[in-house]
Design a protein around this ligand. Structure first.
Ligand SMILES: [Zn+2]
Length: 419
């Protein structure tokens, strides 16, 4: 068994941190200088290893170790290199660096696979910058809708198309050209990623083998409109209190969540933002307006629909009960994705052969792997333990854990690339 090149991995993590540090955490801004520096670093490292480098119209980076039979569909691994503002060093980057450390070790010992193996550094996975999900992987797979290029980055006010152009990309080709990654040219995609929750750490498992990636159903800007009124002068029965209606909505749907869970459904429900109008509300007024959002996630489309039915029902009941008006706004959905059963099985065998404890688990967070699976490319994901969650400066991945994940990645890649 070959050991991934951990020295290279550590050096790349260090360098990425140094060029991404923003004074608090790490910022690798999508289609901006932060993400670009990361891509430049990985590209340089790849060419130093002798890998073939290529970029597509959306500036995704492909570093390929040529196989012995180049006409065969290739094996793809990798993840994204962008981060949220003031994020951590490992979300996304761990997947790219794992791929690099695997190929570096193969090259060192003269290993040559039958198929091409490519490490992809994907652009723009973090949808905080532009209100579009999976920009890089959708672009690579020919799935980016043309109007996405008009989406505006929250901090610069410039469009996605403009940002791409400024970094050297070709948004025009994206819309009219052939996709950079076609389904017939790739036989598998494996993404290694840090776990963004605490399941692996708490259960003391070495790696996670992802069963599927949750889809979501979201109301990102819902409103309850009631009536502002004097807090002392308005009796309870005369009130149209938006805050109380919201509180009951949360309470009722939390209960529903519990009931559905007891029934065997797997889902999450989150009200991540809730605000009264700061200009109109105060301590001595019944609140006339609440703005909030709902985020429902599940691997099962039927569960998403079922929970949505409960939301609709609760909203109707509470409107009548409190004399308020609910407007849930636009419903935004993303499809769940299943990981390939044969690849999942392959990963369990690789983990056992390395004597590693593993845990089969769904991914509540979205990943580029969902897009590859969606197009029909056999896809799998490896999670590695990570303390303190992600999207914050305290993300904490241990190199021992990384190396376990990279070992399993190396073994599965070697296996598929020689089939
Ligand atoms: Zn990520």
């Amino acid at each position: 068994m070959i050991e991934p090149d951990l020295e290279l991995a550590q050096a790349l993590f260090n360098e990425l941190y140094a060029i991404g540090y923003d004074g608090i955490g790490v910022t690798r801004d999508t289609y901006g200088p932060g993400e670009q520096r990361a891509h430049d670093l990985i590209r340089l490292s790849g060419t130093e290893l002798g890998l073939e480098a290529r970029i597509d119209a959306a500036l995704n980076l492909y570093l390929t170790l040529p196989g012995l039979e180049r006409s065969l569909p290739a094996v793809l691994t990798g993840s994204h290199l962008d981060s949220v503002p003031r994020g951590g060093n490992y979300d996304g980057a761990a997947g790219v660096i794992a791929g690099m450390s695997v190929l570096a070790s193969w090259i060192k010992c003269g290993r040559r696979p039958k198929r091409d193996v490519t490490v992809i550094s994907i652009r723009a996975e973090e949808s905080v910058w532009f209100p579009v999900s999976y920009i890089g992987s959708k672009s690579a797979l020919g799935l980016l809708p043309a109007d996405a290029l008009e989406a505006v980055r929250f901090d610069t006010g410039k469009t996605l198309g403009k940002h791409m152009e400024e970094q050297g990309g070709f948004p025009e080709t994206l819309v009219n050209g052939a996709p950079a990654v076609s389904i017939g040219a790739v036989c598998a995609f494996i993404e290694l990623h840090i776990e963004q929750g605490s399941v692996l750490i708490e259960s003391r498992q070495a790696i996670g083998i992802v069963t599927g990636i949750c889809g979501s159903l979201r109301y990102r800007s819902a409103t309850i409109t009631g009536q502002y009124a004097h807090s002392g002068a308005t009796p309870r029965t005369h009130r149209h209190d938006a805050v109380v209606a919201f509180a009951e909505l949360v309470h009722e749907l939390q209960n529903t969540w519990q009931v559905l869970e007891a029934d065997g459904h797997e889902l999450t429900l989150t009200f991540g933002q809730v605000n009264t109008d700061s200009k109109q509300s105060d301590f001595s007024k019944v609140a006339g307006k609440v703005v909030f959002c709902i985020d429902i996630r599940s691997r099962d489309v039927d569960t998403l629909d079922l929970m949505n039915d409960y939301v609709q029902r609760a909203v109707a009941d509470l409107s009548a009960k409190h004399g308020v008006n609910f407007n849930l706004g636009e419903k935004i959905r993303s499809q769940p994705a299943s990981m390939d059963p044969a690849l999942r099985h392959g990963l369990t065998v690789c983990a056992k052969n390395r004597d590693l404890k593993f845990h089969a688990m769904p991914s509540g967070a979205g990943h580029d792997a969902a897009m590859f699976a969606y197009t029909g490319i056999p896809t799998a994901m490896i999670f590695i333990p990570n303390a303190n969650g992600s999207h914050n400066p305290d993300e904490q991945m241990e190199m021992d854990d990384f190396s376990n994940g990279a070992r399993v990645l190396s073994d599965i890649l070697w296996q598929i690339s020689n089939q």
